[in-house]
Design a binder for this molecule. Sequence first.
Ligand SMILES: [Zn+2]
Length: 196
Amino acid sequence: MKHCEVIRDLIPLYVDGCCSENTRTLVEEHLAVCPACKEEYDLMKNAFTELTPAPPAKSFTRLKEWKASLLQSVLLFASFLAITFGVAMEAASPSGLLNGFWAFALVIPVTGFMLSLANWYFVRLYKSRKKFVLCSCLVTAGLIVAAFLWGLWHYEAFDAALFLLRPQFGFLPLTLFLVACTGGFANLYAKWLGKE
Ligand SMILES: [Zn+2]
């Protein structure tokens, strides 16, 4: 039957969903009355379904997005607690050479880290996860340096600040630790959001 030949040429387009409304009606009408073509159609339809990768389960994706948001929230709250603790310790410290110790050793670095979390809202704008992680680390480091400079100006204590820069006072180690944390957590965050 010549008609069957035409229909069989059209079946791939029909299965793919790339044919016109008229073609679709034509194929459907024929499949309803021709068991041979219907069999051909079923075979092709099954092959097509196997070839098309199934999208990831929606609940699975949602769970990961939920985990990413939770991670960001936990980091925000942990930073806030650390800052509150640092401010309380600073207030309780007697004035003198160590004026600003808790500010430089804890409040300033953690504030930089906390503010860098704002960059995470732009994760989808980055071309790759690697770029997002790198930029997040740079943002954290940049904000901490900016906050440190602000601290110098605010406390007008250059000698004390240089003294506080010594490793035993924790500013540099904590900064490096927070930049490393940013890298690790930002990577996890972007991964959970499906960023390649
Ligand atoms: Zn037919």
